[in-house]
Design a protein around this ligand. Sequence first.
Ligand code: FO1
Length: 320
Amino acid sequence: MTSGDNTKLLVLSGGVGGAKLVQGLADVLAPEQLTIIANTGDDFEHLGFYISPDIDTILYTLSGRSNVKQGWGHMNETWSFMQALKELGGESWFQLGDKDLATHVIRRQLLAEGATLSEATADISRRFGIKINIIPMSDCPIRTIIESAEREYTFQEYFVKHQCQPAVRKIKYHGLEQAKPSPGFTAALQDKMLKAIIITPSNPYLSIDPILAIPAIKNTLQQNKIPVIAVSPIVAGRALKGPTAKIMSELGVEVSAVSIAKHYTGLVDHFVIDDEDAGLAEAIRELGISVHSTNTVMLNMDDKRNLAADVLDIVYNYCH
Ligand code: FO1
């Protein structure tokens, strides 16, 4: 499968880890071959704006605007708005940079004019010159809620305000009962040219599970038999970024690529682990999942492109 043929991939993505593999895939495939489904469980309304971090991470990454060092937001950011807001006693625990603010002003305007989140995302994508279809998992509000022994936190309260410090006891997704997948997500799953579904190395609990938890999605993925390939976010017992390892420990799960494979059992056909974890391959095969090992640590564009090429090799050689 190379850029130029007409097979398609559907990619489920969260934040930074997901966006890195998306960037690699975007480099080796034609835009019309890729559809990206973004987690919206992290979304919330703040200062009158609709904040959608995982959508924006993908938008900024694919348009070459991402703030790589910070790990979120816009590159070459300035903070005049936040500074002025702070001086006026406004809420400042969640930082919106000046450039990021422009994205939020446009999104608010589109949503206020009646656009769905899918339509607003497509519109902003076009403004950024992105040709790849970036689609929110749902146009309905689904919100990730973190439960600790003491209380419940909305996602950004847990992640930003409390810096992931509370010990996680349970993770819930509010709004699932009424939620439908976005029309673009449903259409992509029904596309006859869809060859495989890729689960990026994003946090399974915070980024991928909210997508899989949408009732119609779970059923469709189990019934339509499209091969699913997942890349492990855990390498040598560590998470490359974010609180994945901490959350696994708190939930009583061993921090290992095997646990991630177990988590996806019944859904995933192929599991990509890092070469450092090659010794775990047999334990994963025993789960009935085929295993592929390669370098999954994406430190630069070559790493992203190479991992994307390895994933495509699996699609080409094993997904018929
Ligand atoms: N992360 C932070 O750690 N601190 C922030 O102030 C912050 C602001 C922010 C604004 C817009 C946006 O799209 C993302 C932002 N993030 C911030 C990142 C975000 O909380 C997380 O990275 C994701 O939700 C997890 O994928």
